[in-house]
Design a protein around this ligand. Structure first.
Ligand code: PAF
Length: 289
């Protein structure tokens, strides 16, 4: 039965209530978000509800993961619509904190993201993962859940969080959830709403070229450079002018591979107009179409 979510603004109160629920034997799941919810986020809530008795969603546009000149100011803030979407679920708790509650005035402590943050996104957004690691650790403090659910769409982000949790011995299970795509293949993202219809058409070449690359691997292609070149060519043909990277890498270390002879992740980041898009696909051996 749909029910309005219980909204908390005070992190300390949320933590107290979570502790009480856990003392009553409830398993708690956490879905950290920046709001502007779409089906990708909702799939994380659904996944949490499968294995947890209580799901906590956080909605916080985290300033420290945006560099000056990125889209922090224009990032969509759609709280009312988000709460409506969440009311379709079994009741969830939602934390909507003020910036001062997450970054108490005068605070200067931050988390330095693990080394896996350095390539790919780290090259183009050097401060991004320090900001993500800092806020995610804070969210784990205020919402000390048993498990936290993250989408594989932000593949490197999930790897950063997995390594941070291992390194800092944070007692939480990290659950990776599959990418949710529009019917035409576009990976769901809060930033898709920035795209004009013409840009959206161009954007589709990302998922198409990833799909084609997987088919070529299924067909026996092992030359990673050849596949990277083909993906880049397809993106340029479609209209992308700014391609940050096309990488075929180890899913564990994110180091680029030359010969595809085991599991790989193919990652792309490219900009259409002013919108930067990322997408990826995991290829697990033995491969099949
Ligand atoms: O993936 C996101 O939406 C954000 O990076 C996260 C994990 C909520 C941290 O702000």
């Amino acid at each position: 039965m749909p029910q309005a979510p219980h909204v908390f603004h005070d992190p300390a109160l949320l933590r107290t209530e979570i502790r009480k629920a856990q003392a009553d034997g409830k398993r708690v799941g956490l879905v950290p978000t920046m709001g502007a919810l779409h089906q990708g986020h909702l799939s994380l809530v659904a996944e949490s509800q499968k294995s947890c008795d209580l799901t906590v969603v956080t909605i916080f546009v985290n300033p420290t993961q945006f560099a000056p000149g990125e889209d922090f100011a224009k990032y969509p803030r759609t709280l009312e619509a988000d709460l409506k979407l969440l009311s379709e679920f079994d009741p969830v708790w939602v934390l909507v904190p003020e910036v001062d509650a997450m970054y108490p005035p005068g605070s200067t402590t931050e988390v330095k993201a693990p080394e896996i943050a350095l390539p790919l996104e780290g090259t183009f957004r050097p401060i991004h993962f320090d900001g993500v690691a800092t806020i995610v650790l804070k969210l784990f403090q205020v919402a000390p859940a048993d498990a936290a659910f993250f989408g594989q769409k932000d593949y490197q982000q999930v790897r950063v969080i997995e390594e941070m949790v291992r390194d800092l011995i944070v007692p939480i299970e990290i659950v990776r959830c599959p990418i949710i795509r529009e019917s035409d293949g576009l990976a769901m993202s809060s930033r898709n709403r920035y795209l004009s219809s013409e840009e959206r058409e161009i954007a589709l070449s990302i998922s198409r070229s990833l799909h084609d690359a997987v088919q070529q691997i299924v067909g026996g292609e092992t030359d990673a450079q050849l596949l990277r070149d083909r993906i880049e060519h397809a993106l340029r043909e479609a209209g992308f002018r700014e391609i940050d990277y096309v990488s075929i890498a180890s899913p564990h270390t994110l180091e680029s591979v030359e010969t595809i002879e085991g599991d790989v992740v193919i990652l792309v980041a490219a900009k259409v107009g002013t919108t930067r898009l990322i997408d990826n696909v995991l290829v697990s051996f033995p491969v099949s179409s």
